[in-house]
Design a protein around this ligand. Structure first.
Ligand SMILES: *Cc1c(COP(=O)(O)O)cnc(C)c1O
Length: 219
């Protein structure tokens, strides 16, 4: 489907989502596998916070756009391989998917080596304990959190989760919010196209929305 057959404009979709989530919540535009014209339409509508899943796709998308965009914030919301850590700290202002000490060490090293301003970090929590999914287990959170606060030069600012697709999301959202509160972390990144309004009600500070904003992705 080409993007000019979208039923509503990206501007309208964005306004509707912003109205639903309210003032205190930031809309992160999840732009993976979306064509350029939709990214441009979102930018024209005023969107400045984007979530990217892959380092390479993000580099290609933002290399030509980044410079003249006041207020642009790029957030990595997909899994990060340690060998991409340097590219990631160069490109992203926020990395939402820290989930293991090996990656933490790679990020510390990447910041040292590149000399860039260290990105802020969120820890991804695997609230459903799904073996195939990224994220630290709830049981392992405190240890990773302590290690991050001890060694990482930037700021650890929040938690992120992707609830299991086949379960009600509300208990996962409530759990993530309570973990963030317990550890004094301000940002709570949760909620996607199907449940961003629920996430906002349950304490999200950031919702990551793709298809409800842009339309269906290229497969
Ligand atoms: C793709 C993606 C989203 C957005 O998904 P939609 O259902 O299209 O809104 C949010 N978070 C992460 C981590 C994603 O990979």
């Amino acid at each position: 489907m080409s993007s000019d057959t979208q039923p509503v404009s990206i501007r309208e979709a964005r306004n509707r989502i912003l109205a639903e989530i309210g003032d205190g919540v930031t809309l992160v535009a999840a732009s993976k596998r979306q064509p350029d014209d939709r990214i441009d339409a979102a930018l024209e509508a005023g969107q400045r916070v984007f979530g990217e899943n892959r380092v390479q796709e993000a580099q290609q998308r933002w290399a030509g756009r980044q410079d003249n965009l006041e207020g642009l914030e790029l957030r990595l919301i997909g899994p990060l391989q340690t060998n991409k850590a340097e590219d990631a700290v160069r490109l992203f202002g926020v990395i939402e998917t820290l989930d293991r000490e090996k990656l933490l060490r790679a990020l510390v090293k990447a910041v040292e080596k590149t000399g860039v301003a260290p990105p802020d970090l969120l820890i991804q929590v695997n609230t459903g304990d799904e073996p195939q999914k990224g994220g630290v287990s709830v049981a392992g959170l405190t240890e990773l959190l302590t290690a991050t606060r001890d060694t990482y030069p930037g700021r650890l600012i929040g938690l992120m989760c992707i609830p299991p697709a086949e379960e009600p999301a509300a208990p996962h959202f409530a759990l993530l919010k309570s973990l963030a509160d317990a550890h004094d972390l301000a940002e709570v990144s949760m909620g996607m196209s199907g449940d961003y309004a629920l996430a906002a009600r349950l304490g999200a500070t950031h919702v990551r929305v793709g298809t409800a904003l842009f339309g269906a992705r290229a497969s």
